[in-house]
Design a protein around this ligand. Sequence first.
Ligand code: SAH
Length: 261
Amino acid sequence: MSELLHAAGRIRIVLVGTQHPGNIGSAARAIKTMGLQRLVLVAPERFPHADAVAMAAGAGDVLDAAPQAQTLAEAVADCRLVLGCTARSRRIALEELLPREAGARAVATAAQGTQVALVFGRERTGLDNDELQLCHAAVTIPADPAYSSLNLAAAVQVLCYELRLAMLGLQDLAPATGAGAAPAQAGDLPASHAELEGFFAQLGDTLDAIDFHKGRAPESAMRKLRRIFMRSRLDDRDVRLLRGVLADAQRMARLASGGHD
Ligand code: SAH
């Protein structure tokens, strides 16, 4: 988890051409409440400004540390992932992400040591097409299509919250059980610890039987395989299917080594 929280230092929130200084202050506050620190301002219309300080409240440090750039290109020059937040999907060939996907991708990328930027446009006109062309993907908060444009700082808050969930590893929590939760199907229950351990034990035996390790210590491969399967959140039906595959592999290995089925 701490590795993911470290990602915060490599993620910057870039505000392009902001018109209302109060929004810059509110964005700084949104950033700081979600454990992030880095705000970059591209050609703000009025800044520094008392309204920014007032709206930042306890996040004046984020405001004070915010560098200014002349252009978006300059602000993201060292970034290898740039996500542009836009209320409308434009007719440009850009992958479109939901905020949750954007949060996960941004944090995963930053956790690998890469600089990441989330870019927000002007209150009146958003990001122009040239600016969106600098982005690897567009992020749209799925607001009411009849009125889809959030206040700039509110949009920053939504995205920073998603970054926060991703940094805490919480973004793909299963829906809570209890009132209002969808009834769980028996087959959808995540596999129990015991079921998973039974599967891993059989996987280990199978790898031995097919001579997968070829003299290497089995621990490292098993650790990586465990990680893959733990990530996939197997349910009990998945485990039964996988164990069926392993049983057949074990049977074939026995046949191949001259044993009897
Ligand atoms: N009239 C502008 C709205 C700009 S709102 C337009 O149509 O583009 C200011 C900024 O807030 C936007 O540039 C965008 O970065 C962000 N924003 C507002 N609503 C959003 C939404 N639904 N999804 C993603 N970003 C949004």
